[in-house]
Design a protein around this ligand. Structure first.
Ligand code: N01
Length: 530
Protein backbone atom coordinates (compact mmCIF):
# COMPACT_ATOMS: atom_id res chain seq x y z
CA UNK A 1 0.00 0.00 0.00
CA UNK A 2 1.36 3.44 -0.93
CA UNK A 3 1.45 5.97 1.87
CA UNK A 4 2.11 9.56 0.94
CA UNK A 5 2.75 12.34 3.45
CA UNK A 6 1.28 15.72 2.58
CA UNK A 7 0.32 18.89 4.43
CA UNK A 8 -3.40 19.08 3.72
CA UNK A 9 -6.09 16.74 2.45
CA UNK A 10 -9.12 18.59 1.13
CA UNK A 11 -12.36 16.66 0.67
CA UNK A 12 -14.51 17.93 -2.21
CA UNK A 13 -13.84 20.00 -5.32
CA UNK A 14 -16.72 22.43 -5.32
CA UNK A 15 -16.32 26.17 -4.75
CA UNK A 16 -14.85 25.41 -1.30
CA UNK A 17 -12.29 22.80 -2.36
CA UNK A 18 -11.16 24.82 -5.36
CA UNK A 19 -10.57 28.01 -3.38
CA UNK A 20 -8.91 26.04 -0.57
CA UNK A 21 -6.39 24.29 -2.82
CA UNK A 22 -5.60 27.56 -4.57
CA UNK A 23 -4.97 29.32 -1.26
CA UNK A 24 -2.96 26.52 0.35
CA UNK A 25 -0.74 26.20 -2.69
CA UNK A 26 -0.16 29.95 -2.65
CA UNK A 27 1.19 29.66 0.87
CA UNK A 28 3.47 26.81 -0.13
CA UNK A 29 1.57 23.88 1.35
CA UNK A 30 1.40 20.51 -0.31
CA UNK A 31 -2.32 19.94 -0.71
CA UNK A 32 -4.49 17.48 -2.57
CA UNK A 33 -8.23 17.49 -3.23
CA UNK A 34 -10.22 14.26 -3.41
CA UNK A 35 -13.49 14.50 -5.28
CA UNK A 36 -16.01 11.68 -5.69
CA UNK A 37 -17.48 13.15 -8.89
CA UNK A 38 -16.04 12.73 -12.38
CA UNK A 39 -15.68 16.48 -12.71
CA UNK A 40 -15.03 19.50 -10.50
CA UNK A 41 -17.91 21.67 -9.28
CA UNK A 42 -19.43 19.79 -6.32
CA UNK A 43 -23.11 20.56 -6.11
CA UNK A 44 -22.85 22.49 -9.40
CA UNK A 45 -21.47 19.36 -11.05
CA UNK A 46 -24.23 17.04 -9.81
CA UNK A 47 -27.29 19.32 -9.89
CA UNK A 48 -27.78 19.40 -13.65
CA UNK A 49 -31.60 19.31 -13.68
CA UNK A 50 -33.37 21.51 -16.24
CA UNK A 51 -33.59 25.10 -15.05
CA UNK A 52 -30.89 24.77 -12.37
CA UNK A 53 -29.44 28.18 -11.70
CA UNK A 54 -28.23 30.13 -8.71
CA UNK A 55 -30.61 32.56 -7.05
CA UNK A 56 -27.78 34.77 -5.80
CA UNK A 57 -26.69 37.37 -8.34
CA UNK A 58 -23.85 36.08 -10.49
CA UNK A 59 -21.69 39.17 -9.90
CA UNK A 60 -21.77 38.25 -6.20
CA UNK A 61 -21.75 34.46 -6.42
CA UNK A 62 -18.16 34.21 -7.57
CA UNK A 63 -14.61 34.17 -6.25
CA UNK A 64 -12.75 37.29 -5.26
CA UNK A 65 -9.33 35.77 -4.50
CA UNK A 66 -8.09 36.99 -7.86
CA UNK A 67 -8.85 40.51 -9.05
CA UNK A 68 -7.87 39.44 -12.58
CA UNK A 69 -10.36 36.58 -12.52
CA UNK A 70 -13.23 38.73 -11.32
CA UNK A 71 -12.38 41.40 -13.88
CA UNK A 72 -11.99 38.99 -16.79
CA UNK A 73 -14.93 36.68 -16.23
CA UNK A 74 -18.13 37.76 -18.01
CA UNK A 75 -21.39 36.53 -16.49
CA UNK A 76 -24.15 36.59 -19.05
CA UNK A 77 -27.21 36.78 -16.80
CA UNK A 78 -28.29 38.19 -13.46
CA UNK A 79 -28.73 34.61 -12.21
CA UNK A 80 -26.16 32.26 -13.72
CA UNK A 81 -27.26 28.87 -15.01
CA UNK A 82 -25.70 25.65 -13.74
CA UNK A 83 -23.75 25.13 -17.01
CA UNK A 84 -22.31 28.65 -16.80
CA UNK A 85 -21.29 28.21 -13.14
CA UNK A 86 -19.69 24.87 -14.00
CA UNK A 87 -17.83 26.48 -16.89
CA UNK A 88 -16.62 29.21 -14.51
CA UNK A 89 -15.34 26.64 -12.01
CA UNK A 90 -13.56 24.67 -14.72
CA UNK A 91 -12.07 27.89 -16.05
CA UNK A 92 -10.82 28.76 -12.54
CA UNK A 93 -9.25 25.33 -12.10
CA UNK A 94 -7.44 25.56 -15.44
CA UNK A 95 -6.48 29.21 -15.11
CA UNK A 96 -4.71 28.57 -11.83
CA UNK A 97 -3.34 25.20 -12.88
CA UNK A 98 -5.16 23.30 -10.13
CA UNK A 99 -6.36 20.28 -12.08
CA UNK A 100 -3.27 18.25 -11.23
CA UNK A 101 -3.99 18.77 -7.53
CA UNK A 102 -7.53 17.39 -7.79
CA UNK A 103 -8.11 13.64 -7.88
CA UNK A 104 -11.51 12.98 -9.45
CA UNK A 105 -13.58 9.80 -9.08
CA UNK A 106 -11.97 9.41 -5.68
CA UNK A 107 -13.93 9.13 -2.49
CA UNK A 108 -12.45 9.65 0.94
CA UNK A 109 -13.57 6.51 2.71
CA UNK A 110 -12.10 7.00 6.14
CA UNK A 111 -9.94 9.43 8.10
CA UNK A 112 -8.46 8.52 11.46
CA UNK A 113 -6.74 10.94 13.81
CA UNK A 114 -3.43 9.54 15.03
CA UNK A 115 -2.99 11.28 18.37
CA UNK A 116 0.59 10.20 19.03
CA UNK A 117 1.86 11.52 15.69
CA UNK A 118 -0.65 14.39 15.42
CA UNK A 119 -1.58 13.35 11.93
CA UNK A 120 -4.64 12.36 9.92
CA UNK A 121 -4.54 8.96 8.20
CA UNK A 122 -6.79 9.28 5.19
CA UNK A 123 -7.93 6.25 3.16
CA UNK A 124 -9.33 6.84 -0.30
CA UNK A 125 -11.41 4.65 -2.61
CA UNK A 126 -8.40 3.50 -4.64
CA UNK A 127 -7.00 1.89 -1.51
CA UNK A 128 -4.18 4.42 -1.09
CA UNK A 129 -3.42 5.95 2.27
CA UNK A 130 -2.40 9.58 2.79
CA UNK A 131 -0.92 11.07 5.92
CA UNK A 132 -1.87 14.71 6.36
CA UNK A 133 -1.20 17.32 9.01
CA UNK A 134 -4.60 18.88 8.34
CA UNK A 135 -7.91 17.62 7.06
CA UNK A 136 -10.19 20.17 5.41
CA UNK A 137 -13.80 19.19 4.84
CA UNK A 138 -15.04 21.08 1.78
CA UNK A 139 -17.99 18.75 1.51
CA UNK A 140 -20.78 21.31 1.07
CA UNK A 141 -23.94 22.05 3.03
CA UNK A 142 -26.34 20.71 0.39
CA UNK A 143 -24.63 17.79 -1.27
CA UNK A 144 -25.82 14.46 0.14
CA UNK A 145 -29.10 13.60 -1.64
CA UNK A 146 -32.20 12.73 0.35
CA UNK A 147 -34.07 9.80 -1.19
CA UNK A 148 -37.66 9.44 -0.01
CA UNK A 149 -38.65 6.22 1.68
CA UNK A 150 -41.92 5.62 -0.17
CA UNK A 151 -43.44 2.18 -0.28
CA UNK A 152 -42.50 0.45 -3.55
CA UNK A 153 -40.31 3.25 -4.92
CA UNK A 154 -37.57 0.78 -5.84
CA UNK A 155 -39.99 -1.21 -7.98
CA UNK A 156 -40.66 1.65 -10.41
CA UNK A 157 -39.29 0.43 -13.73
CA UNK A 158 -39.53 3.66 -15.76
CA UNK A 159 -36.82 6.31 -15.74
CA UNK A 160 -36.05 7.75 -12.29
CA UNK A 161 -34.00 10.91 -11.81
CA UNK A 162 -33.01 12.66 -8.59
CA UNK A 163 -32.54 16.40 -9.23
CA UNK A 164 -29.21 16.34 -7.43
CA UNK A 165 -27.91 13.31 -9.37
CA UNK A 166 -29.04 14.34 -12.84
CA UNK A 167 -27.59 12.36 -15.76
CA UNK A 168 -25.05 13.83 -18.15
CA UNK A 169 -27.26 13.07 -21.15
CA UNK A 170 -30.34 15.27 -21.07
CA UNK A 171 -33.47 13.14 -20.58
CA UNK A 172 -36.16 13.59 -23.23
CA UNK A 173 -39.59 14.23 -21.75
CA UNK A 174 -41.42 14.68 -25.05
CA UNK A 175 -44.58 12.56 -25.22
CA UNK A 176 -43.97 11.31 -21.71
CA UNK A 177 -46.07 11.39 -18.57
CA UNK A 178 -43.77 12.60 -15.84
CA UNK A 179 -44.32 12.69 -12.10
CA UNK A 180 -42.26 14.85 -9.76
CA UNK A 181 -42.08 14.55 -5.97
CA UNK A 182 -40.93 17.67 -4.15
CA UNK A 183 -41.58 21.38 -4.45
CA UNK A 184 -38.52 23.02 -2.87
CA UNK A 185 -36.08 25.22 -4.84
CA UNK A 186 -35.05 22.35 -7.14
CA UNK A 187 -38.62 21.29 -7.93
CA UNK A 188 -39.79 24.86 -8.38
CA UNK A 189 -36.97 25.57 -10.84
CA UNK A 190 -37.44 22.49 -13.01
CA UNK A 191 -41.25 22.13 -12.97
CA UNK A 192 -41.95 24.99 -15.46
CA UNK A 193 -39.35 23.64 -17.90
CA UNK A 194 -40.39 19.99 -17.68
CA UNK A 195 -44.04 21.08 -18.02
CA UNK A 196 -43.20 22.77 -21.31
CA UNK A 197 -41.60 19.56 -22.64
CA UNK A 198 -43.67 16.69 -21.26
CA UNK A 199 -46.99 15.39 -22.52
CA UNK A 200 -48.29 15.45 -18.97
CA UNK A 201 -46.72 16.46 -15.67
CA UNK A 202 -48.03 15.45 -12.24
CA UNK A 203 -46.61 17.44 -9.34
CA UNK A 204 -46.76 15.64 -6.01
CA UNK A 205 -46.70 18.37 -3.38
CA UNK A 206 -46.35 17.61 0.31
CA UNK A 207 -45.87 21.17 1.60
CA UNK A 208 -46.47 24.24 -0.56
CA UNK A 209 -43.55 26.64 -0.63
CA UNK A 210 -43.36 30.41 -1.02
CA UNK A 211 -41.68 31.51 -4.20
CA UNK A 212 -40.92 34.95 -5.55
CA UNK A 213 -40.24 35.74 -9.21
CA UNK A 214 -36.57 35.84 -10.21
CA UNK A 215 -37.03 38.37 -13.02
CA UNK A 216 -33.84 37.10 -14.52
CA UNK A 217 -32.33 39.18 -17.29
CA UNK A 218 -29.15 39.60 -19.28
CA UNK A 219 -26.49 41.80 -17.71
CA UNK A 220 -25.93 45.12 -19.43
CA UNK A 221 -22.37 46.19 -20.15
CA UNK A 222 -22.93 49.38 -18.14
CA UNK A 223 -24.10 47.46 -15.08
CA UNK A 224 -21.14 45.10 -15.24
CA UNK A 225 -18.63 47.90 -15.89
CA UNK A 226 -19.97 49.85 -12.94
CA UNK A 227 -19.51 46.94 -10.52
CA UNK A 228 -16.13 46.00 -11.96
CA UNK A 229 -14.90 49.57 -11.52
CA UNK A 230 -15.36 49.14 -7.73
CA UNK A 231 -15.48 45.36 -7.32
CA UNK A 232 -13.50 45.19 -4.09
CA UNK A 233 -15.60 47.86 -2.40
CA UNK A 234 -18.80 46.31 -3.75
CA UNK A 235 -17.84 43.02 -2.13
CA UNK A 236 -16.89 44.70 1.16
CA UNK A 237 -20.18 46.61 1.31
CA UNK A 238 -22.17 43.46 0.64
CA UNK A 239 -20.40 41.61 3.38
CA UNK A 240 -21.50 44.26 5.88
CA UNK A 241 -25.13 43.24 5.32
CA UNK A 242 -26.96 40.59 7.35
CA UNK A 243 -26.87 37.84 4.75
CA UNK A 244 -23.61 39.07 3.21
CA UNK A 245 -25.55 39.89 0.07
CA UNK A 246 -26.34 43.09 -1.75
CA UNK A 247 -29.91 43.10 -0.43
CA UNK A 248 -30.33 46.53 1.18
CA UNK A 249 -32.53 46.29 4.26
CA UNK A 250 -35.51 48.61 4.52
CA UNK A 251 -34.87 49.44 8.18
CA UNK A 252 -38.53 49.85 9.09
CA UNK A 253 -40.89 47.42 10.80
CA UNK A 254 -43.71 46.10 8.63
CA UNK A 255 -45.96 47.03 11.54
CA UNK A 256 -44.97 50.69 11.55
CA UNK A 257 -46.52 51.49 8.18
CA UNK A 258 -50.07 51.49 6.88
CA UNK A 259 -51.43 48.45 5.03
CA UNK A 260 -51.34 50.42 1.80
CA UNK A 261 -47.70 51.43 2.29
CA UNK A 262 -46.74 47.89 3.32
CA UNK A 263 -48.24 46.36 0.19
CA UNK A 264 -46.59 49.05 -1.92
CA UNK A 265 -43.19 48.03 -0.52
CA UNK A 266 -43.89 44.30 -1.03
CA UNK A 267 -45.10 45.00 -4.57
CA UNK A 268 -41.92 46.92 -5.37
CA UNK A 269 -39.78 43.98 -4.21
CA UNK A 270 -42.02 41.50 -6.03
CA UNK A 271 -41.55 43.46 -9.24
CA UNK A 272 -37.79 43.68 -8.63
CA UNK A 273 -37.71 39.92 -8.03
CA UNK A 274 -35.40 37.70 -6.01
CA UNK A 275 -34.51 37.15 -2.37
CA UNK A 276 -34.60 40.90 -1.64
CA UNK A 277 -38.25 40.29 -0.78
CA UNK A 278 -36.98 39.22 2.65
CA UNK A 279 -35.42 42.61 3.30
CA UNK A 280 -38.63 44.52 2.43
CA UNK A 281 -38.87 45.29 6.16
CA UNK A 282 -36.48 44.80 9.05
CA UNK A 283 -38.58 42.34 11.03
CA UNK A 284 -39.98 39.76 8.61
CA UNK A 285 -37.66 37.12 10.07
CA UNK A 286 -38.20 38.15 13.68
CA UNK A 287 -41.82 39.13 14.13
CA UNK A 288 -44.61 36.68 13.28
CA UNK A 289 -47.13 39.46 12.72
CA UNK A 290 -44.86 41.21 10.21
CA UNK A 291 -44.09 37.88 8.63
CA UNK A 292 -47.82 37.16 8.34
CA UNK A 293 -48.31 40.30 6.23
CA UNK A 294 -45.61 39.12 3.82
CA UNK A 295 -47.22 35.67 3.68
CA UNK A 296 -50.60 37.19 2.89
CA UNK A 297 -49.08 39.27 0.11
CA UNK A 298 -47.68 36.16 -1.57
CA UNK A 299 -50.87 34.15 -1.01
CA UNK A 300 -52.79 36.95 -2.75
CA UNK A 301 -50.31 36.82 -5.62
CA UNK A 302 -50.87 33.07 -5.97
CA UNK A 303 -54.63 33.74 -6.07
CA UNK A 304 -54.15 36.12 -8.99
CA UNK A 305 -51.56 34.08 -10.86
CA UNK A 306 -53.34 30.71 -10.73
CA UNK A 307 -56.67 30.59 -12.56
CA UNK A 308 -58.25 27.56 -10.87
CA UNK A 309 -59.14 28.67 -7.31
CA UNK A 310 -58.85 25.12 -5.94
CA UNK A 311 -55.37 24.71 -7.36
CA UNK A 312 -54.41 28.18 -6.09
CA UNK A 313 -55.63 27.23 -2.63
CA UNK A 314 -53.52 24.06 -2.63
CA UNK A 315 -50.45 26.04 -3.69
CA UNK A 316 -50.78 28.53 -0.86
CA UNK A 317 -48.25 27.94 1.92
CA UNK A 318 -49.43 28.37 5.50
CA UNK A 319 -46.02 28.20 7.18
CA UNK A 320 -44.11 31.34 8.18
CA UNK A 321 -42.41 32.91 5.17
CA UNK A 322 -38.71 31.93 4.81
CA UNK A 323 -38.95 29.42 7.63
CA UNK A 324 -38.43 26.96 4.81
CA UNK A 325 -35.92 28.42 2.36
CA UNK A 326 -37.67 31.02 0.16
CA UNK A 327 -37.70 29.88 -3.48
CA UNK A 328 -37.05 32.02 -6.53
CA UNK A 329 -38.76 31.01 -9.75
CA UNK A 330 -39.50 31.78 -13.35
CA UNK A 331 -43.16 31.10 -14.10
CA UNK A 332 -43.71 28.53 -11.33
CA UNK A 333 -47.23 29.38 -10.22
CA UNK A 334 -48.33 30.16 -13.81
CA UNK A 335 -47.27 26.64 -14.81
CA UNK A 336 -50.34 25.32 -12.99
CA UNK A 337 -52.55 27.10 -15.56
CA UNK A 338 -51.28 24.69 -18.22
CA UNK A 339 -53.66 21.96 -19.33
CA UNK A 340 -50.90 19.32 -19.15
CA UNK A 341 -50.04 20.02 -15.49
CA UNK A 342 -51.77 18.44 -12.52
CA UNK A 343 -51.18 19.18 -8.84
CA UNK A 344 -51.63 16.35 -6.36
CA UNK A 345 -51.70 17.22 -2.67
CA UNK A 346 -49.88 14.37 -0.94
CA UNK A 347 -50.11 15.97 2.49
CA UNK A 348 -53.84 15.27 2.65
CA UNK A 349 -53.59 12.01 0.71
CA UNK A 350 -50.05 10.63 0.92
CA UNK A 351 -48.63 8.38 -1.78
CA UNK A 352 -49.68 4.86 -0.73
CA UNK A 353 -47.55 2.89 -3.11
CA UNK A 354 -45.30 3.18 -6.13
CA UNK A 355 -45.66 0.31 -8.58
CA UNK A 356 -43.59 -0.61 -11.62
CA UNK A 357 -45.32 1.98 -13.83
CA UNK A 358 -47.53 4.03 -11.56
CA UNK A 359 -48.04 6.00 -8.38
CA UNK A 360 -51.02 5.20 -6.19
CA UNK A 361 -52.61 8.00 -4.18
CA UNK A 362 -55.81 6.91 -2.44
CA UNK A 363 -58.07 5.38 -5.08
CA UNK A 364 -56.20 7.10 -7.94
CA UNK A 365 -53.53 5.36 -10.01
CA UNK A 366 -51.27 7.65 -12.05
CA UNK A 367 -49.46 5.78 -14.82
CA UNK A 368 -46.04 7.37 -15.36
CA UNK A 369 -43.15 7.00 -17.78
CA UNK A 370 -40.73 9.00 -15.66
CA UNK A 371 -40.41 9.78 -11.97
CA UNK A 372 -38.40 12.76 -10.78
CA UNK A 373 -37.28 12.92 -7.18
CA UNK A 374 -36.78 16.50 -6.02
CA UNK A 375 -36.64 15.75 -2.31
CA UNK A 376 -33.49 17.68 -1.52
CA UNK A 377 -30.61 16.88 0.76
CA UNK A 378 -29.46 15.63 4.12
CA UNK A 379 -28.35 19.21 4.62
CA UNK A 380 -25.62 20.76 6.76
CA UNK A 381 -24.26 17.54 8.25
CA UNK A 382 -25.10 14.75 5.75
CA UNK A 383 -21.92 14.93 3.70
CA UNK A 384 -19.75 15.17 6.84
CA UNK A 385 -21.28 12.21 8.63
CA UNK A 386 -21.28 10.20 5.41
CA UNK A 387 -17.51 9.81 5.72
CA UNK A 388 -16.04 7.79 8.54
CA UNK A 389 -14.04 10.51 10.28
CA UNK A 390 -12.65 9.22 13.56
CA UNK A 391 -11.21 11.65 16.06
CA UNK A 392 -9.76 11.38 19.57
CA UNK A 393 -10.75 8.30 21.55
CA UNK A 394 -11.91 6.51 18.40
CA UNK A 395 -15.16 8.52 18.21
CA UNK A 396 -16.57 9.38 14.79
CA UNK A 397 -18.26 12.66 13.81
CA UNK A 398 -21.38 10.64 13.11
CA UNK A 399 -21.45 9.29 16.68
CA UNK A 400 -20.50 12.62 18.17
CA UNK A 401 -23.40 14.34 16.40
CA UNK A 402 -26.06 11.74 17.22
CA UNK A 403 -27.40 14.20 19.80
CA UNK A 404 -27.17 17.08 17.32
CA UNK A 405 -24.31 18.78 15.48
CA UNK A 406 -22.00 20.93 17.53
CA UNK A 407 -18.99 22.85 16.29
CA UNK A 408 -16.98 25.92 17.22
CA UNK A 409 -17.43 28.83 14.79
CA UNK A 410 -18.68 26.24 12.30
CA UNK A 411 -15.01 25.61 11.54
CA UNK A 412 -13.76 23.10 14.11
CA UNK A 413 -15.12 20.27 16.25
CA UNK A 414 -13.97 19.40 19.75
CA UNK A 415 -12.33 15.95 19.70
CA UNK A 416 -11.16 16.39 16.08
CA UNK A 417 -7.82 18.20 16.16
CA UNK A 418 -6.45 19.70 12.94
CA UNK A 419 -9.76 19.17 11.18
CA UNK A 420 -11.36 22.24 9.61
CA UNK A 421 -14.77 22.53 8.00
CA UNK A 422 -15.56 25.07 5.32
CA UNK A 423 -19.00 26.58 6.02
CA UNK A 424 -19.71 23.88 8.56
CA UNK A 425 -22.65 23.75 10.98
CA UNK A 426 -22.38 26.72 13.34
CA UNK A 427 -21.35 29.26 10.71
CA UNK A 428 -23.62 31.54 8.60
CA UNK A 429 -23.25 29.17 5.60
CA UNK A 430 -26.71 28.72 4.03
CA UNK A 431 -27.92 32.00 5.54
CA UNK A 432 -25.23 33.90 3.69
CA UNK A 433 -23.75 34.29 0.24
CA UNK A 434 -21.96 30.95 0.08
CA UNK A 435 -18.96 31.91 -2.05
CA UNK A 436 -17.67 34.83 0.08
CA UNK A 437 -18.41 32.75 3.19
CA UNK A 438 -16.33 29.93 1.73
CA UNK A 439 -13.47 32.32 1.02
CA UNK A 440 -13.69 33.82 4.50
CA UNK A 441 -13.27 30.32 5.98
CA UNK A 442 -10.49 29.39 3.58
CA UNK A 443 -8.59 32.55 4.56
CA UNK A 444 -9.19 31.91 8.26
CA UNK A 445 -7.96 28.31 7.99
CA UNK A 446 -4.98 29.34 5.88
CA UNK A 447 -3.96 31.98 8.46
CA UNK A 448 -4.45 29.48 11.27
CA UNK A 449 -2.20 26.88 9.62
CA UNK A 450 0.42 29.57 9.00
CA UNK A 451 0.27 30.59 12.67
CA UNK A 452 0.59 26.98 13.89
CA UNK A 453 3.56 26.32 11.65
CA UNK A 454 5.33 29.55 12.53
CA UNK A 455 4.94 28.86 16.24
CA UNK A 456 5.73 25.15 15.94
CA UNK A 457 2.36 23.97 17.18
CA UNK A 458 1.51 20.49 15.95
CA UNK A 459 -2.19 20.58 16.70
CA UNK A 460 -5.19 22.79 17.32
CA UNK A 461 -8.47 21.63 18.80
CA UNK A 462 -11.71 23.40 19.70
CA UNK A 463 -12.43 23.43 23.45
CA UNK A 464 -15.65 21.71 24.39
CA UNK A 465 -16.81 24.62 26.55
CA UNK A 466 -16.15 27.18 23.83
CA UNK A 467 -18.04 24.98 21.40
CA UNK A 468 -21.00 24.61 23.77
CA UNK A 469 -21.19 28.38 24.35
CA UNK A 470 -20.95 28.99 20.62
CA UNK A 471 -23.89 26.71 19.86
CA UNK A 472 -25.86 28.27 22.73
CA UNK A 473 -25.25 31.71 21.24
CA UNK A 474 -26.33 30.48 17.81
CA UNK A 475 -29.53 29.06 19.28
CA UNK A 476 -30.25 32.20 21.29
CA UNK A 477 -30.16 34.13 18.02
CA UNK A 478 -32.20 31.67 15.99
CA UNK A 479 -34.80 31.35 18.79
CA UNK A 480 -35.65 35.00 18.19
CA UNK A 481 -36.46 34.25 14.57
CA UNK A 482 -39.09 32.43 12.56
CA UNK A 483 -36.65 29.65 11.61
CA UNK A 484 -37.53 27.12 14.34
CA UNK A 485 -41.25 27.44 13.55
CA UNK A 486 -41.72 24.91 10.77
CA UNK A 487 -40.33 21.64 9.49
CA UNK A 488 -37.36 22.28 7.22
CA UNK A 489 -33.97 21.04 6.13
CA UNK A 490 -32.53 23.96 8.15
CA UNK A 491 -33.59 21.95 11.22
CA UNK A 492 -32.90 18.53 9.75
CA UNK A 493 -36.53 17.46 10.12
CA UNK A 494 -36.58 16.23 6.50
CA UNK A 495 -34.35 13.30 7.46
CA UNK A 496 -35.92 10.49 9.46
CA UNK A 497 -34.21 9.93 12.80
CA UNK A 498 -32.00 13.01 12.51
CA UNK A 499 -31.71 15.06 15.68
CA UNK A 500 -33.53 18.34 15.16
CA UNK A 501 -31.15 21.30 15.40
CA UNK A 502 -30.75 24.68 13.80
CA UNK A 503 -27.15 25.07 12.70
CA UNK A 504 -26.72 28.31 10.76
CA UNK A 505 -25.39 31.39 12.56
CA UNK A 506 -27.61 34.30 11.63
CA UNK A 507 -25.72 37.52 10.89
CA UNK A 508 -22.64 37.73 8.72
CA UNK A 509 -21.05 40.92 10.17
CA UNK A 510 -21.09 39.82 13.83
CA UNK A 511 -19.84 36.40 12.77
CA UNK A 512 -16.88 37.91 10.92
CA UNK A 513 -16.07 40.00 13.99
CA UNK A 514 -16.13 36.94 16.22
CA UNK A 515 -13.79 35.04 13.89
CA UNK A 516 -11.36 37.98 13.93
CA UNK A 517 -11.53 38.31 17.72
CA UNK A 518 -10.68 34.63 18.15
CA UNK A 519 -7.54 35.10 16.05
CA UNK A 520 -6.55 38.37 17.74
CA UNK A 521 -6.80 36.77 21.16
CA UNK A 522 -4.38 34.00 20.12
CA UNK A 523 -7.08 31.47 19.17
CA UNK A 524 -9.37 31.82 22.15
CA UNK A 525 -11.56 28.74 22.58
CA UNK A 526 -8.93 26.48 21.03
CA UNK A 527 -6.18 24.40 22.63
CA UNK A 528 -2.88 24.50 20.79
CA UNK A 529 -0.25 21.82 21.42
CA UNK A 530 3.42 21.34 20.57
O1 N01 B 1 -34.84 20.44 -1.47
P1 N01 B 1 -35.90 20.89 -0.36
P2 N01 B 1 -34.38 21.22 -2.78
N1 N01 B 1 -42.40 12.60 0.25
O2 N01 B 1 -35.56 20.12 0.85
C1 N01 B 1 -40.38 17.21 -0.45
C2 N01 B 1 -30.65 24.95 -2.36
N2 N01 B 1 -30.97 25.10 -3.77
O3 N01 B 1 -33.42 20.34 -3.50
O4 N01 B 1 -41.47 20.43 2.59
C3 N01 B 1 -42.87 13.66 -0.39
O5 N01 B 1 -35.97 22.35 -0.23
C4 N01 B 1 -40.36 18.32 0.54
O6 N01 B 1 -41.61 18.42 1.17
P3 N01 B 1 -41.69 18.96 2.70
C5 N01 B 1 -31.60 25.85 -1.57
O7 N01 B 1 -30.95 26.31 -0.44
C6 N01 B 1 -30.71 26.31 -4.33
O8 N01 B 1 -35.53 21.70 -3.53
O9 N01 B 1 -40.58 18.25 3.45
N3 N01 B 1 -42.23 14.83 -0.51
C7 N01 B 1 -40.01 19.50 -0.36
O10 N01 B 1 -41.12 19.97 -1.05
C8 N01 B 1 -32.70 24.89 -1.25
O11 N01 B 1 -33.52 25.27 -0.18
C9 N01 B 1 -31.05 26.54 -5.61
O12 N01 B 1 -43.03 18.56 3.15
C10 N01 B 1 -41.04 14.92 0.08
C11 N01 B 1 -39.04 18.88 -1.34
O13 N01 B 1 -39.31 17.49 -1.34
C12 N01 B 1 -31.93 23.62 -1.00
O14 N01 B 1 -30.91 23.62 -1.97
C13 N01 B 1 -31.63 25.56 -6.38
C14 N01 B 1 -40.47 13.83 0.77
C15 N01 B 1 -37.60 19.06 -0.95
O15 N01 B 1 -37.29 20.41 -0.93
C16 N01 B 1 -32.72 22.35 -1.13
O16 N01 B 1 -33.60 22.46 -2.24
C17 N01 B 1 -31.86 24.32 -5.80
C18 N01 B 1 -41.21 12.64 0.84
N4 N01 B 1 -40.74 11.57 1.50
C19 N01 B 1 -31.53 24.10 -4.48
N5 N01 B 1 -39.27 14.22 1.24
C20 N01 B 1 -30.81 27.87 -6.15
O17 N01 B 1 -29.81 28.51 -5.96
C21 N01 B 1 -39.09 15.49 0.85
N6 N01 B 1 -40.18 15.92 0.15
C22 N01 B 1 -31.90 28.46 -6.90
Amino acid sequence: MTMEKIDVVIVGAGFAGISAVYKFKQQGLKAVVFEAGSGVGGTWYFNKYPGARCDTHSMEYSFQFSEELQQDWEWSEKYATQPEILEYLNHTVDRFNLRKDIKLNTRVEKAIWNQSDSIWEVSISSGELFLADYLVMATGCLSKPNFPNINGIDTFSGEVFHTSRWPEIKPDFTSKTVGIIGTGSSGIQCIPIIASEAKHLIVYQRTPNYSVPARNEGLSQDFVANIKSRYRLFREDNYKQGFGLNLPLNDVSALDVSEEERNKVFEKQWQKGGLGFLTSFNDLLFNMESNYHAQQFIRNKIKTLVKDPDVAEKLMPRTPLACKRLCVDTGYYETFNRKNVELVDIKTNPIDLIKSNSVIVGNQEHVLDTLIIATGFDAMTGALTNIEVIGKGGVSIKDKWKTGPSAYLGIAISGFPNLFMITGPGSPSVLSNMVPSIEQHVNWISDCIEYLRNKNFTSIEADLNAQKSWMEELNEISDQTIYPHCQSWYLGTNIKGKKQAFTAYLGVPPYIDRCKEVVESGYEGFSLSK
